[in-house]
Design a protein around this ligand. Structure first.
Ligand code: GLP
Length: 245
């Protein structure tokens, strides 16, 4: 089932997204959360931390797997995804850091790291819910539009437009890593539920492609979520601008 929730703005998107995660956590105390980075889920993490503070959520038995990580950034670099997750969520709730997994972008053997990460996802039995943002070019995780998409966790080369998009977070465009390690499309689709979030006009084109047509295309990797049987998509007015209703 594909459930599309149209909301007004970023704040409402974040609120609804936090509710979806809360539903999973209250029905399963030891849930496996598939988590994402980028600016899109920041508000959702804030709301989850608030709910935790109010005593509404308990993360003590929760485990997490993140989608991706840059290759070659030190863990404590403020743009590494490990740093992002600690800062935006893990340090604010009672999750055991040992139970949180982000691919290691500094492993001595990155191919082995990718295989081990995929095995880890399998050993956890897949995520109960996987949060996804979406790149302006339709990428999910770091699965960039191309003729072929990876099935499983792999080391990937970032496209110029992604490096440009993400350069806003770095001192200069030259500081943006050229490679990343990312779950593949099959790794993502192993999750029991998918929660895709999009906000802002930069996402309108790819969201239009995703929702207006009944097909998938490697030119817009986000379309592959259409192959999943339990998808919730939360989009705000600006991101929904091209969606035919
Ligand atoms: C990054 C991440 C993606 C994320 C995307 C969108 O490249 N690897 O997982 O969805 O950017 O970022 P934002 O949410 O900041 O628009």
């Amino acid at each position: 089932m594909m459930n599309v929730i149209f909301v007004k703005d970023y704040d409402e998107m974040s609120e609804k997204a936090a509710e979806e995660i809360s539903k999973v956590l209250t029905s399963k105390k030891d849930a496996i959360l598939g988590l994402a980075t980028g600016s899109t889920p920041v508000g959702m993490y804030e709301k989850l931390a608030e709910k935790y503070k109010k005593g509404e959520l308990d993360f003590s038995q929760v485990k997490s797997v993140n989608l991706d990580e840059y290759v070659g950034l030190p863990e404590d670099h403020d743009q590494s995804y490990r740093y992002f997750m600690n800062y935006n969520l893990f340090d604010k709730v009672n999750i055991d850091k040992k139970n949180t997994h982000v691919p290691n972008g500094n492993a001595p053997d990155m191919e082995k790291e990718a295989k081990d990460y995929e095995n880890l996802i399998d050993s956890l039995g897949g995520a109960d819910i996987q949060v996804l943002g979406i790149g302006g070019n339709g990428h999910v995780g770091f699965n960039e539009p191309d003729d072929e998409l990876n099935l499983f966790t792999s080391v990937v080369k970032l496209r110029e437009e992604t490096i440009k998009d993400n350069s806003r977070f770095f001192k200069s465009i030259h500081d943006v890593p050229k490679h990343a390690i990312s779950m593949g499309m099959a790794s993502i689709l192993k999750s029991k539920k998918i929660l895709l979030l999009a906000s802002g006009k930069n996402k309108a084109k790819v969201i239009g492609e995703l929702l207006n047509k009944n097909c998938v295309t490697t030119k817009n990797p986000s379309t592959f979520v259409r192959l999943h049987s339990d998808v919730t998509i939360i989009i705000d007015e600006e991101a929904a601008k091209h969606v035919k209703r």
